[in-house]
Design a protein around this ligand. Structure first.
Ligand code: BGC
Length: 880
């Protein structure tokens, strides 16, 4: 064995002298492992090693299962698309609740509701086995990525990026243990955490789900979180622990331009030494499952070859036999469950929503599938593939054995029904208990990174008169981020987060209502009435997709939205009024905000600290008499950008001799040298050199083109110069729309219809998130600011046949559908049914909503999550 040394000199992994790999060939994908340098990968030793008795029992059960039952163990449907009858019939192995899906569709479902729901499914699943000499317990999975975040009343912890700043593996271990208790108390067995990505590009909307850009940190934390969640092999069998999932294998944080579900273009050494570190540590710590990444790895070694042409075929990790079987299972020796991400099998070439054969052959053991028709179809087609010899029975037996092994290691045969489990019987005193919330407050406090403190500013006096302002002053969504009760974390209020305290609440609690004024946009308060202002800035909440910014978007906070730019205005107003300002920044990623820092007397990067803002005031204010005095402990887990175009200013690990800087990772020099490097962070008593203001990024956007002198055609009698597409839930896949016949995409149907002015489109939206849009054929955005200046409107003719049941947004971006957008539903509901009418929305309205007219790649989009039937025609941007 040789040892690979990590960036800090720590031993990261053991590398075997010879390849440990080798995969049996099958009819679909020939094994190429003999061509691949698997010696690059270490053979890991798990803290939960193989147990001969478990292996014997697993083999005994597998030998008695029907093929249908085996495949049933591999299918994981979603709560909303699964009935008790299904469980009795199929012998389903596990289920999940997706983000923002609750029992009875109740956002505030109680802990008892959750236990009842899980217990009900479990009991129905048991009935499948009632006439057999053995049983296979069912298990429930959930995303508990910062506490048990889908459950009303549960403790919410800071998102991972903040934990990364805290630099405290023991804290992470304790958070894992607390999360495990809360999850177990709702009768669940398995969670989809920790995310051990190594995020490298700030465009990525999931940046904050990772601990930071430094693989050494991710390595240490991956281990600690798994230990906290699962404990050792003995603890895992108790009611106190849950199964952990390392996600998303592999390089989800290394995609080009930070694209969500994008492509990582890097060498295999970079894959191992930057993107695999959390997995290596987590697997060694005994993690029992690994979730595959939606993304692709573009590297010759990764391509399977088409069985028909011999050409390179799939670069999606979900279709990669090399990454799933050869590396993860064979070389690393991972013997747990490899689970797919939400409907991700459908994105693999050769598969579809109802057919996962190719991806199963690549190495998937459990398929997470949201739609009822889809999971039933995958069940059917997989059984058939085995009968036809397309999927080897040995592959299915391997998958089922892994599922059973993990269930046995979790003690599921010994555990009573969910409602009878020890913690579930005391659930209301476990979920959201004071001890766990205190731990979350400690984590928030430790995660704060002090970037500036002009002498005399912090700590604040407890008798100061404080103005709390800025867009994040009183906003639980900005404080908590995505994956909080809902998927995107929108519109969270105090009723959603019991015990939740905004920063405004926390300041008020210290200085008293009479000394505290909360005025987020600074429209009422007079700065001269105060001693200090706390200016709370923050990104609006987002999760995957919505948070991802197109490569050409600025990464300057104030450039991103008008409401964010207002925060800078507020800081300028305070500066001119002479009121000292303490900037507090809620963010999922380091963003360029040098002007905000310069305008502040003290500045704190607070990440996404969660709902208990007392953790922030613990350090912002001097301690109360006799209370402990805290200092800032957080240090940057990722480097902080100097310029608005520094998407990736990562530290390049010096130990990698053949590290090739991917195209998107500009070497850190000049304008890309970090403003503050990884590890930076001040303490209250550090001497602060007075170096004057930090250098502003003076690079400006190109000047706007001259005003438009004609309309922009999108769809008219002559057709469309754009690429018309429909798509949406559940895979967010997109389909080109035909103007000569029907186009179907599960949830949105489009048919060409005759309209007054030629071709129109009949659109039926079925009640799930879905969109129709026009995209520039090259995918390159156009600078259309001239149209704004010329007073253009987005306009089209519309005939409403069935009115919208939910907001219907007009938008001109697909960064994330309809964000920002203008809701047309109220006016469409007023239109006379069946009659053509005009819709006309000034570009100024869209611009105020936050549309970036300098980069328009989608000049027209309709998006809804509800139902509607309408016809649209004569679509364009008109210039008066
Ligand atoms: C995410 C996963 C998550 C899964 C289930 C997916 O969209 O990528 O991280 O575990 O949904 O909610």
């Amino acid at each position: 064995m040789t040892t690979v040394t990590g960036p800090s000199g720590a031993s990261m992994a053991e590398v075997p002298e010879a390849s440990a790999a080798g995969s049996a060939a099958d009819p679909v994908a020939p094994a190429l492992s003999d061509l691949r340098p698997l010696t690059r990968w270490p053979r890991l030793t798990s803290a939960i090693p193989a147990d001969p008795e478990v292996e014997r029992r697993v083999a005994e059960i597998v030998a008695q299962l029907t093929l249908e039952e085996k495949v049933g163990q591999m299918i994981q449907p979603e709560l909303a698309e699964l009935t008790h009858e299904d469980l009795r019939e199929y012998g389903i192995g596990s289920a999940l609740n997706g983000a923002g899906i609750w029992p009875g569709d109740k956002r505030h479902a109680t802990v008892e509701d959750w236990v009842d729901a899980i217990d009900g499914f479990w009991t129905a699943a048991e009935e499948h086995w009632k006439d057999r000499p053995f049983r296979i317990p069912f298990m429930w999975a959930t995303d508990a990525v910062h506490g048990h975040n889908n459950v009303h009343g549960a403790t919410i912890f800071p998102h991972n990026i903040g934990l990364g700043a805290a630099g405290d593996p023991d804290l992470v271990r304790r958070i894992g243990a607390a999360t495990a208790r809360e999850v177990a108390a709702t009768g669940m067995d398995w969670i989809f955490a920790p995310t051990v990505t190594t995020p490298r590009d700030r465009h990525w909307g999931r940046y904050y789900e990772g601990y930071g850009e430094d693989p050494t940190l991710v390595h240490a934390y991956g281990r600690a979180m798994v230990e906290g969640l699962q404990g050792d092999g003995v603890a895992l069998r108790t009611d106190e622990k849950v199964l952990a999932t390392l996600k998303h294998w592999i390089a989800d944080g290394g995609t080009e331009n930070g694209g969500d579900r994008g492509t990582a273009r890097c060498s295999e050494d970079v894959l191992r030494d930057i993107h695999a570190q959390g997995f290596l540590a987590g697997i060694s710590a005994g993690a029992q499952s690994v979730m595959v990444s939606f993304s692709s790895w573009s590297n010759e070694a990764n391509y399977d070859h088409s069985p028909h042409t011999g050409e390179p075929y799939n670069d999606k990790v979900h279709g990669s036999r090399y990454l799933l079987t050869d590396v993860l299972k064979d070389a690393l020796g991972f013997d747990g469950v490899v689970i797919s991400d939400w409907d991700a099998h459908a994105e693999v070439a050769g598969c579809s929503a109802g057919d996962a054969g190719y991806a199963i052959n690549a190495g998937l053991d459990v398929l997470m599938i949201s739609g009822r028709d889809a999971w039933q179809s995958v069940h059917r087609t997989t059984v058939q593939y085995v009968r036809d010899g397309v999927v080897p029975l040995a592959r299915i037996d391997d998958a089922v054995s892994r599922v059973l092994r993990v269930k046995m290691r979790a003690g599921l045969w010994e555990k009573p029904r969910p409602r009878e489990r020890a913690l579930a019987r005391a659930a209301t005193s476990v979920v959201g208990c004071a001890e766990h919330r205190t731990l979350s407050r400690e984590a928030a406090r430790k995660s704060l990174v002090l970037l500036k403190n002009t002498p005399g500013t912090l700590p604040l006096s407890r008798t100061a008169r404080v103005l709390v302002t800025g867009s994040g002053a009183d906003d639980l969504s900005k404080q908590c981020g995505g994956w909080t009760l809902t998927w995107q974390g929108d519109g969270l209020d105090h009723a959603d987060l019991p015990g939740g305290v905004t920063l405004a609440d926390a300041v008020r609690a210290i200085v008293g209502s009479e000394r505290c004024t909360v005025d987020p946009a600074l429209v009422h308060a007079d700065p001269s009435d105060f001693d200090v202002a706390v200016v709370v800035m923050g990104e609006d909440s987002y999760a995957e997709m919505r948070g991802t910014l197109k490569p050409w978007r600025s990464l300057g906070y104030a450039d991103l939205k008008l409401s964010y730019a207002r925060d800078v205005e507020v800081l300028r107003l305070l500066k001119s009024a002479g009121l000292p300002a303490v900037g507090v920044f809620f963010t999922g990623r380091p963003l360029y905000c040098t002007e905000e820092i310069n305008l502040s007397d003290a500045f704190v990067a607070a990440w996404l600290p969660g709902p208990y803002a007392e953790g922030i005031t613990d350090v912002l204010f001097a301690p109360a008499e006799g209370a402990p005095a805290y200092d800032f402990q957080g240090r940057l887990p990722s480097s902080w950008p100097r310029t608005r175009d520094s998407a990736a200013v990562n530290r390049v690990p010096p130990h990698l001799p053949d590290y090739r800087v991917p195209e998107q990772e500009t070497p850190p020099e000049g304008r890309h040298t970090p403003l503050f490097p990884v590890g930076h962070g001040l303490s209250l008593h550090d001497p602060v050199p007075d170096t004057g203001p930090l250098p502003l990024d003076v690079l400006r956007q190109a000047p706007p083109p001259p005003p438009a002198d004609g309309p922009l055609r999108i769809l008219d009698a002559a057709g469309s110069p754009y690429r018309l597409r429909i798509g949406g839930h559940n895979t967010w896949s997109r389909v080109d729309l035909s103007l000569s016949g029907p186009t179907r995409c599960l949830i949105v149907h489009a048919d060409p219809v005759p309209a007054e002015t030629g071709t129109g489109l009949r659109l039926r939206f079925a009640g799930y998130p879905a969109f129709v849009y026009a995209e520039s054929p090259t995918g390159t955005p156009e600078d259309l600011r001239g149209h704004l200046e010329a007073g253009a409107h987005v306009r089209f003719r519309v005939r409403v046949l069935e009115p919208p049941s939910a907001p219907l947004y007009l938008a001109c971006h697909d960064d994330y559908p309809a964000q920002p957008g203008v809701n047309l539903a109220p006016s469409l509901r007023e239109a006379t049914p069946g009659e053509w009418t005009s819709v006309s929305v000034p570009l100024t309205t869209l611009s105020v909503a936050g549309m970036d007219l300098a980069h328009v790649d989608v000049p027209f989009m309709l998006y809804t999550e509800g139902t509607v039937l309408l016809e649209a025609a004569d679509i364009g941007w008109s210039v008066p």
